[in-house]
Design a protein around this ligand. Structure first.
Ligand code: G3P
Ligand code: MG
Length: 233
């Protein structure tokens, strides 16, 4: 089972910062999940569009220029990273990256950055999983770049299970731990989808998900999850 560090090693370090990502790499995560918004065409790594919870700023990210946002403290003196910085950090590692699109207007900047990343950073887009709760964004991405791997996020258990993800031609369905059950996992597998589950930090959830046969979990504590998985096997 793959361990995807949720917002980096965010249980112990400021979420969605380069520090949390570096620590997740050290802790042996297989992948990193980050949340991304677009501000003036630049993709920045932050979970909320309001600044107050994770930085020393106030108001919305959209009220500021990129230069102003880069001055903020995102915890322990860390800055809000750009997606480009994260790609740079991961380029010489074996990890894959899950970019979760949070805001509108993210598709065009992402396509432009991936194009640049391919040439300048040798960052292969097959190491990326692009996910969103906004399935319209995913459909637009698939249309523009069919080879991109998509993760269809859901916070519910739809009547027709993972049909929506198959319709999107997604690589994976990314589900809430609160709702997932064996029937959903079986349905997703039958449709050829990977199943990744967020956010899993409790040992009993981890063993239940192992029994279901899920492919990966989003963890705030990658080292602890790794230990739990290895003592279980
Ligand atoms: O991508 C999995 C998970 O991160 C989705 O929820 O709110 O933590 O971004 P959230
Ligand atoms: Mg997320």
């Amino acid at each position: 089972m793959q361990i995807i560090a949720h917002r980096g090693a965010s249980g112990e370090y400021p979420e969605n910062t380069l520090l949390a990502i570096e620590q997740a790499i050290t802790q042996g995560a297989d992948a990193i999940e980050i949340d991304v918004f677009a501000v003036q065409g630049e993709l920045i790594v932050i979970h909320d569009h309001h600044l107050a919870r994770t930085t020393n700023g106030t108001g919305s990210i959209y009220q500021y220029s990129i230069e102003q946002l880069m001055q903020l403290d995102a915890g322990r003196g860390e800055r809000i990273p750009t997606l480009r910085q994260v790609l740079q950090l991961l380029q010489n590692t074996r990890l894959w990256l899950n970019i979760e699109l949070k805001g509108e207007n993210t598709v065009a900047p992402l396509l432009a950055l991936l194009d640049k990343a391919k040439q300048e950073l040798q960052f292969d887009s097959q190491r990326l999983l692009i996910s969103s709760f906004n399935h319209h964004l995913l459909a637009a991405l698939k249309l523009a770049q069919p080879e991109l791997k998509l993760g269809a996020l859901t916070a519910s258990l739809p009547l027709d299970y993972a049909a929506f993800a198959q319709q999107l031609q997604a690589h994976s369905v990314n589900c809430d731990v609160s709702f997932i059950n064996q029937a959903f996992v079986d349905d997703a597998k039958a449709r050829g989808l990977k199943v990744y589950v967020y956010t899993v930090d409790q040992a009993d959830d981890l063993s239940r998900l192992q029994q279901y046969g899920v492919d990966g979990i989003f963890s705030n504590y990658p080292a602890r999850s790794r230990t739990l998985l290895s003592t279980d096997n």
